[in-house]
Write a protein that binds this ligand. Sequence first.
Ligand SMILES: NC(=O)c1ccc[n+]([C@@H]2O[C@H](COP(=O)([O-])OP(=O)(O)OC[C@H]3O[C@@H](n4cnc5c(N)ncnc54)[C@H](O)[C@@H]3O)[C@@H](O)[C@H]2O)c1
Length: 417
Amino acid sequence: MLNFSRSRTQTRSARSLSLGGMDYTDPKKKHSIVGKIILAATLTAICIFMLKQSPSFSSPSVFSRHEAGVNHVLVTGGAGYIGSHASLRLLRDAYRVTIVDNLSRGNIGAINVLQELFPEPGRLQFIYADLGDPKAVNKLFSENAFDAVMHFAAVAYVGESTLDPLKYYHNITSNTLGVLEAMASHGVQTLIYSSTCATYGEPDKMPITEDTPQVPINPYGKAKKMAEDIILDFCKNSDMSVMILRYFNVIGSDPDGRLGEAPRPELREHGRISGACFDAARGITPGLQVKGTDYKTVDGTCVRDYIDVTDLVDAHVKALEKAKPGKVGIYNVGTGKGRSVKEFVEACKKATGVNVKVDYLSRRPGDYAEVYSDPTKIRLELNWTAKHTDLQKSLEVAWKWQKAHSNGYGPLGGVAS
Ligand SMILES: NC(=O)c1ccc[n+]([C@@H]2O[C@H](COP(=O)([O-])OP(=O)(O)OC[C@H]3O[C@@H](n4cnc5c(N)ncnc54)[C@H](O)[C@@H]3O)[C@@H](O)[C@H]2O)c1
């Protein structure tokens, strides 16, 4: 007797029956298998279609492969003041640029300006990532083929560094170590590192040469010095091409008025002298406070070396061009000329046309009297000299941008609200 009944425990895969020596398949089962095959095929087709639509499948990003004749530079901190100006210059000089920034201090508005200026595919990409996140850094380097890194990203306020030193050691020292490790493991050969005259501390002798002993006196300067030391130690057994640029006080902005300096309002209290001067000229603050009038300087106020950002980024491009495998170049980037705070304030008044109210107060602890560079080495070796050395003119350019952008790059740094 044929038994058509099926035990409840019979497995689905054992559903075919034997009829008089012939294999008989349950028609319902046949339908379900066919249905499943069709479903699987449809899903596979949809997946393939979707993958093909994704840019990384149909055309791998041009940023992910090296291309003959194209120099691809990773600009860390490219949404910030100096990094955005450097990106503009690199793009103008036909470099391919990837900007990475966590927008903690920079402005997406600056990225938007650059993207509008260089919309062609393969020129500029922006990656939102935090250099303190090792996974994000590894992804950044795995998915892109960089020829060089300009490492600007950093927190960069001396005053803030004394209040929150660990933030500075993490963000500057530890993140530089992470970038360096990623460069080494992904074979990126060239590093241009943003350092600072704050690594010298309070030298006895002026002007400061590259051989002046580095004895930093605040966590910002110390963090940068440690980052320099890490780079130098690594380079003893590496053929990486490295340039360390120690900037003095950076001022000015793009002469064509496309970019400017727009720090977050909450950082104003730690701000730099040009920002403070412009804020006073705009009436955001009641006036300027100059601290210290009894230093042994020409007029009793502190003396600093102000370098225009246009000259500074020019030094970066020259450094990039002249970087050599297995060599570390260390250069001061300054004008070689010290200007007193009083001189600066007068230039600022003229540049803004506002008779800014100035209060002269007693010294601020930790300020040093005079700091200015000897830029001979960079002139001789990189053929670089500061050209924009008229303080008033640099401030006029910066003021023009400030006046046209009373809200910086806009609310939230340029993010449409
Ligand atoms: N401005 C100066 O006068 C001066 C002087 C000497 C050296 N420097 C150095 O130049 C570099 C640039 O300074 P700046 O004045 O343009 O500062 P900035 O604050 O305008 O720019 C720094 C950028 O780095 C980004 N950033 C910070 N931490 C990051 C992180 N963990 N991951 C990703 N992005 C991050 C910020 O969002 C910002 O866009 C810094 O390394 C600074 O120490 C500046």
